[in-house]
Design a protein around this ligand. Structure first.
Ligand SMILES: Cc1ncc(COP(=O)(O)O)c(C=O)c1O
Length: 411
């Protein structure tokens, strides 16, 4: 493929201007926004304002003056808009793991005559660990975990699980589940669904209300660019709100926290899912990072993310030296999320050599090299450039340098 075609693609990209909203370090091609989204200019400004003015000067008055107390709901409403959800059903709080604990407990309450949670063997591990933890707490007669491979999930619904717990996008392969279809099939079997949207929100068009999803969770630090350890979010369909009580009954979920009553009386709305004091600095940063979505559509983002992935694959296919990378993601862009995974016995060393050459990708144990395509800040020229660098690294085998084999604590 001729480089001028790439230049034309960038010139006609309606999202190209969005890159200016981000602070991507010079000389870096960041193919890791699927793991940690980069800093936006809005987030930097808001962090400074929150620290210098709100905390530094206004101190405690900021809970009211700067509406800190409302942030979980106002930020949640912005995330709801990205998911086809009415704003009253989403709150920003805690981590995905903690939110899953709350939602699983509620889903099991609603299904008092059932106990089995059906999930996928290669789901993101924390999702499975939380079911295990709840099973230890409640006893296996109230909560048990059944794991199936992706292809066996639909037949397993015949066994009438209490809950179907899945991630829409597989964190390794990026293989996509059809939320609408699986939610409908689950409901036909009397099963409630919890979707983990950590790899979906901000890059895939979602219609949670239309698809009749019961519950969902997701994180703020990937495609939402909310920063390291950004708070997560949870979604609960309105129809369930009156019939559940979440177990982490902290004071922020109380209907009158500043009455300091000795007994718990939960809020009626989605705010019943709050537990403790919200992390205002990181939630403010996430809240402002969401501004980049205000003038783009998810259909546009999805279209560009697929195009970036297709370009990567087609450039790869033109280079024989890259044949040693085994594609582990669906070949058809319509069937995968916004990343590509390749198996290689030296995947870790290659990821380190890439990073030394300015291309940030990541490694997933045991042998996967993962490239994420965030459509808000990547250009088609970035994809072209990253392929040239990958070809060079594989051709001169610099990844075999022992320095690139040293495993760091976070991989
Ligand atoms: C699908 C999925 N779920 C959950 C998590 C982790 O969630 P948290 O650390 O917010 O508990 C991740 C992290 O990458 C993830 O990819």
């Amino acid at each position: 493929m001729n480089k001028s075609i790439i230049t034309d693609m960038d010139a006609s990209d309606p999202l190209a201007k969005k890159r200016a909203d981000f602070e991507i370090p010079a000389g870096k091609i960041y193919l890791n926004g699927n793991s940690l989204g980069p800093l936006t200019r809005a987030a930097r400004a808001r962090a400074q304002e929150t620290i210098d003015q709100q905390w530094g000067q206004d101190l405690n008055a900021s809970w009211n003056r700067h509406h800190w107390i409302d942030l979980p709901l106002t930020t949640g409403a912005k995330i709801a808009a990205l998911m086809g959800a009415a704003p009253s059903q989403v709150v920003c709080c805690d981590s995905v793991s903690i939110n899953l604990f709350k939602l699983l407990s509620c889903a099991l309450q609603l299904q008092s005559d059932r106990s089995m949670v059906l999930s996928q063997r290669d789901n993101f591990p924390t999702d499975l660990y939380i079911v295990e933890g709840l099973s230890h707490l409640l006893g296996s007669s109230h909560c048990s975990l059944r794991l199936e491979d992706a292809g066996s999930l639909e037949p397993a619904l015949d066994s009438r699980p209490a809950v179907l717990l899945l991630s829409q996008v597989n964190f390794r392969s990026a293989e996509l589940h059809d939320i609408s279809r699986l939610t409908q099939l689950a409901h036909e079997n009397g099963t409630l669904v919890i979707w983990d949207l950590s790899h979906s929100v901000g890059v895939l068009p979602l219609e949670l209300d239309k698809w009749q999803v019961d519950f969902a969770v997701g994180c703020g630090y990937k495609y939402l660019n909310g920063g390291p350890g950004a708070p997560a979010f949870l979604y609960v369909a309105d129809r369930h709100l009156a019939n559940i009580s979440q177990p982490l009954s902290g004071w922020m979920g109380h209907r009158a926290p500043f009455d300091f009553q000795p007994s718990y009386d939960a809020c009626d709305g989605i705010d019943q899912f709050l537990c403790g004091t919200p992390p205002i600095i990181s939630m403010s940063v996430l809240d402002s990072a969401l501004e980049v979505f205000s003038d783009v559509s998810l259909a546009q983002l999805r279209a560009k993310s697929v195009q970036l992935g297709e370009l990567f694959l087609s450039l790869l296919g033109q280079n024989d030296s890259l044949a040693e990378l085994q594609l582990q993601s669906p070949e058809n862009g319509a069937n995968r999320g916004s990343q590509l995974a390749f198996a290689h016995p030296s995947a870790y060393a290659i990821s380190q050599a890439l990073s030394a050459a300015g291309v940030v990708a990541d490694f997933r144990s045991p042998d996967l090299l993962r490239f994420g395509f965030s459509p808000l800040f990547l250009s088609f020229a970035d994809v072209w450039e990253s392929i040239q660098i990958l070809v060079a690294i594989l051709a001169d085998e610099r990844y075999k340098d022992p320095a690139f084999k040293q495993r760091l604590k976070v991989t």
